[in-house]
Design a protein around this ligand. Structure first.
Ligand code: HEM
Length: 427
């Protein structure tokens, strides 16, 4: 396997390189000196201990995302990033998320109502799409108080197009460029609609949208422009639904492949909930449910790769890291490191018993990254995946249609390459 295989099969490439050459590997790709670090201490060094020396600015990831996300939270740096993070963070406090837990279970229940029409028949559902629709609805409702129900399909399809274009970007492909522009127009139209509707209502709804509209810049005292608002909303909608949808999709796939785990999950749900819809207060008692989700995010971590540019010469693990080297961190490779995970390819939720978790080095498991740029939405994502799985798995079992090939494809997120068609069976 050589560097030219990187784009063809990034996941195999990552595992091959780290497992053949060790925890720190360097190679040249185009004009970059690339350094892949795959040890919890090295990752901690980059993301936490010396985060000032490792920036997102100038990385290919950022260059790819900026035309779409502009100066939003995900793609900004320095003071601008810090101000935005401080403004947005309160919307993700645990109490706020708790207040929205019924929004999450209501949206799940209404999806399951639709499933009743096809349950116990041979008609499969495209589960990746179902989860995308659901998580988009939840994030729009929780953060911006808008019901995207009617628009979710349009939005989801456009996100799919953008995902494809970014993953297989070819500057000479005019058709691809046209598709990308059309998808962006659809998404921008939806986001502007959200802003305009709120402007017309002209009231402080005390949610993130109102907070962002009312906020003034510390230095200039100016309010956020419509363009910046649009970039921010877009960032949060994009970052907040695609990842969560993929975490749920892979969990449902793995449960079908592991009936013993599925049975243990159903037993826990039956014992704790006794047929009730779960509430936020039930979550601490649904421990196995959460272990299943964590283990799914270990094997199929939605964000499979992160990159940083080294600002000034540094040293990691005794190796010289020159300024301008591109440093890669792959949660996918770290989560399958045989030195830190026994039988890493096996799906085993027992790895997430509290005793086992306590023994693990920080940054061995990092689906939400870590340090300053850790996922801002992690509490929402945790509560949402926990409540959705608990609601769904006590009512239905999903079965992959026979002989359907399931392979992870590393686009912006990790997704099932050929989709995930599953039939729905009542319990
Ligand atoms: C299972 C679900 C999720 C996963 C696995 C996930 C994962 C991640 C990861 C790994 C990063 C760091 C990327 C980097 O440093 O390059 C990140 C950042 C981010 N995530 Fe999430 N995320 C999830 C859900 C969410 C949700 C629900 C939201 C918001 C509604 C969200 C919003 C963001 C934002 C805005 C950032 C950038 C934060 C910053 O740079 O300050 N994510 N996420």
């Amino acid at each position: 396997m050589s560097v030219s295989d990187l784009k063809k099969d990034s996941l195999k490439f990552l595992l091959h390189y780290t497992q053949t050459y060790g925890d720190i590997v360097h190679y040249r790709a185009e004009s970059w000196l690339v350094i892949l670090v795959n040890h919890p201490n090295y990752i901690k060094h980059v993301l936490q201990e010396k985060h000032h020396n490792y920036t997102k600015e100038g990385t290919p990831d950022l260059m790819m995302l900026k035309p779409m996300l502009g100066e939003g939270l995900m793609t900004s740096e320095g003071d601008s990033w810090f101000q935005q993070r401080r403004l947005i963070q309160p919307a993700f406090h645990r109490e706020r998320i708790e207040a929205f837990s019924t929004t999450i279970t209501d949206a799940t229940q209404s999806m399951l109502q639709q499933w009743k029409l096809i349950a116990d028949r041979d008609k499969p559902l495209e589960i990746a799409e179902e989860m995308t629709r659901l998580t988009l609805q939840v994030v729009a409702q929780v953060l911006f108080g808008v019901d995207l129900n009617c628009e979710a399909d349009n939005f989801g399809q456009s996100v799919g197009v953008i995902n494809e274009c970014m993953a297989h970007f070819d500057p000479n492909n005019q058709d691809q460029l046209r598709e990308f522009r059309e998808a962006m127009t659809t998404l921008n139209r939806l986001v502007y609609k959200i802003i305009q509707e709120r402007r017309c209502q002209n009231e402080d709804k005390r949610d993130l949208l109102s907070m962002m509209m009312l906020a003034t810049d510390e230095k200039t005292q100016e309010k956020m422009s419509d363009r910046h608002l649009q970039e921010q909303i877009f960032t949060l909608l994009m970052a907040g639904h695609e990842t969560t949808a993929k975490a749920l999709t892979w969990t449902l796939y793995l449960l079908d492949q592991h009936p013993v785990v599925a049975k243990q999950l159903q037993d826990e749900l039956a014992t704790v909930l006794k047929g009730r819809i779960p509430t936020y207060q039930d979550l601490p008692n649904l421990t196995y449910t959460w272990m299943v989700i964590q283990e799914s995010m270990r094997l199929y971590t939605p964000v499979w790769m992160m990159s940083r540019l080294c600002r000034a010469d540094d040293e990691i693990g005794g190796y010289h890291i020159p300024a301008n080297a591109l440093v890669l961190i792959s949660p996918y490779a770290m989560h399958r490191h045989p030195g830190f995970w026994q039988e890493p390819e096996q799906f085993n939720p027992e790895r997430f018993r509290p005793e086992a978790v306590a023994e693990r080095l920080p940054y061995t498991y990092l689906p939400f990254s870590g340090g300053q740029r850790q996922c801002i939405g992690l509490t929402l994502a945790r509560v949402e995946t926990h409540l959705v799985l608990a609601t769904l798995a006590q009512q239905y079992q999903l079965r992959l249609i026979p002989d359907h090939a399931v392979e992870p494809e590393a686009l912006v997120t990790l997704r099932p390459h050929f989709g995930l068609p599953m039939t729905v069976h009542s319990l």
